[in-house]
Design a protein around this ligand. Structure first.
Ligand SMILES: *[C@@H]1O[C@H](CO)[C@@H](O)[C@H](O)[C@H]1NC(C)=O
Ligand SMILES: *[C@@H]1O[C@H](CO)[C@@H](O)[C@H](O)[C@H]1NC(C)=O
Ligand SMILES: *[C@@H]1O[C@H](CO)[C@@H](O)[C@H](O)[C@H]1NC(C)=O
Length: 426
């Protein structure tokens, strides 16, 4: 009799414990949010919904160390801030010479000894010697020749920071701030295959008109109030969709170091169809097996790194990718930061379908938990006096980082650590 009572009492105790747990995780995930963000979205995605549900289960039970700062990151953050905080006594010629002759298997550009800060300073302040429409592309983009003969791309601002892009993940014009945010994000993640990028202001009458090519002048119009605006030359450029200066005559944009290199271009296996048609990766759970048969392990792991990067900013538009020295170069990052309320989990398809990850990527990701990621991006931007996104976007990036952790936990749960983490071979 006694033992029955005891057993009954004990099960009651367990029941209460479980209930408390559920309540705890429920409150944890809904606290401070109007809508429950950690619910499975897109139930209509029949194939992925099972995977999404599993990932969200891991998210709800994510170990607390992913929500607090990793103190090992502090010296890394410090080094980053130092290398970006060097803009005194800069000889622009030296900077351009160093970037042009840079040869490394580790990074696209010099990234130590204050080089990044010097490069950004030179991009931001060198006088403009010539402006033209950029030769190719789908979006309005200028090509600037700076004094000292360095070329940069200039993607003009189309929206203010709080503008929300609704609809398709790849919709809208490029976001100039997304380009620059992406550069700092890559630096924090230790992804070194990306061109330096910084917000720059150019004056329509002082910097552009006196040195504009005839071709560029042909794509400029006066708007109804007499301001000189640019509609450019590109696939989607339209005469009624101009970029106009602000009331001070200034056009803001992302200034991106131009790479005079030969890239190889490949279609991404995980590209979207850009129509209602479903791509193979959206209907085949074993899609990764096929990709493994085609791509090298190195390339596949590289694509998975890129997917994590794109998921954090919500760039769903990387239908093709450029390769240099057998590394994917992160070009064209303007389609991120469209809507801070949306996390399209399927950008992570390469990760949750293949369930492999480079060990060093995992070590980098574990470093930046608990707010360090966006704190560092904010600090790097602030060194140049720039705010790169609204608070909603910074919060969204942190929320997505938790989802990346959860996806990796899901993979570990499914296959075990030794199958997930790779050193480049499998
Ligand atoms: C930013 O853009 C949105 C939508 O385009 C607009 O509603 C808002 O007033 C703008 N904010 C500022 C500060 O210009
Ligand atoms: C510009 O004109 C095109 C048609 O040529 C139209 O589809 C588009 O909506 C217009 N854009 C704006 C901003 O009015
Ligand atoms: C023309 O451009 C100026 C900025 O350069 C802007 O303030 C004004 O609203 C524009 N006018 C029209 C009719 O678009």
């Amino acid at each position: 009799m006694m033992s029955m009572n005891y057993a009954f009492g004990f099960s009651l105790f367990l029941l209460v414990l479980v209930a408390l747990n559920i309540y705890f995780f429920y409150t944890l995930n809904t606290a401070g949010t109007k809508s429950p963000k950690f619910n499975v979205q897109s139930i209509n995605l029949d194939l992925s919904s099972g995977v999404f549900k599993d990932i969200y289960d891991y998210l709800n039970y994510l170990p607390s160390n992913y929500k607090i700062k990793n103190l090992n990151f502090l010296p890394i953050q410090n080094n980053l801030l130092i290398s970006f905080n060097s803009s005194h006594n800069i000889n622009t010629q030296d900077v351009w010479r160093e970037t042009e002759t840079w040869k490394s298997e580790e990074s696209l550009f010099p990234h130590t000894d204050g080089a990044p800060g010097k490069i950004l300073h030179a991009i931001q302040t060198s006088q403009v010697a010539l402006v033209d429409n950029a030769p190719k592309g789908t979006q309005l983009k200028l090509l600037l020749l700076l004094e000292g003969k360095q070329k940069i791309y200039f993607k003009p601002k189309r929206y203010n920071l709080s503008h929300v892009i609704n609809g398709n993940i790849y919709g809208g014009f490029d976001r100039h701030n997304s380009e620059v945010f992406a550069y700092y994000l890559a630096m924090v993640l230790n992804f070194r295959w990306i061109p330096p990028s910084v917000i720059r202001q150019i004056h329509i009458h002082k910097d552009i008109v006196p040195v504009a090519t005839a071709g560029l002048k042909r794509t400029m119009v006066k708007n109804d109030s007499g301001s000189l605006c640019i509609y450019g030359k590109c696939f989607y450029c339209k005469i009624n969709e101009t970029v106009c200066p602000n009331s001070n005559g200034v056009i803001e944009g992302a200034a991106i170091l131009y790479l005079d290199r030969q890239f190889k271009i490949y279609k991404s296996p995980w590209r979207r169809s850009y129509s209602t048609k479903k791509m193979e990766w959206e209907t085949d759970n074993d899609f990764c097996k096929k990709v493994k048969g085609i791509l090298s392990a190195k390339r596949l792991l590289n694509l998975i790194d890129v997917a994590i990067f794109d998921f954090l900013i919500q760039n769903g538009d990387r239908h093709r990718y450029e390769v240099y020295k057998d590394q994917i170069v992160l070009l064209d990052n303007g389609k991120g930061l469209g809507n801070a309320m949306v996390d399209e989990l399927d950008i992570l398809a390469p990760l949750y379908q293949c369930c492999i990850l480079t060990t060093s990527t995992w070590q980098n990701l574990e470093m930046i938990s608990g707010g360090s990621l966006t704190e560092t991006i904010k600090k790097l931007g602030a060194l140049r006096g720039q705010r790169l996104a609204t608070d909603d976007h910074f919060k969204a990036v942190e929320r997505r980082l938790l989802k990346v952790y959860a996806t990796i936990q899901y993979c570990i749960g499914k296959h075990g650590r030794s199958k997930v983490f790779k050193n480049g071979l499998f």
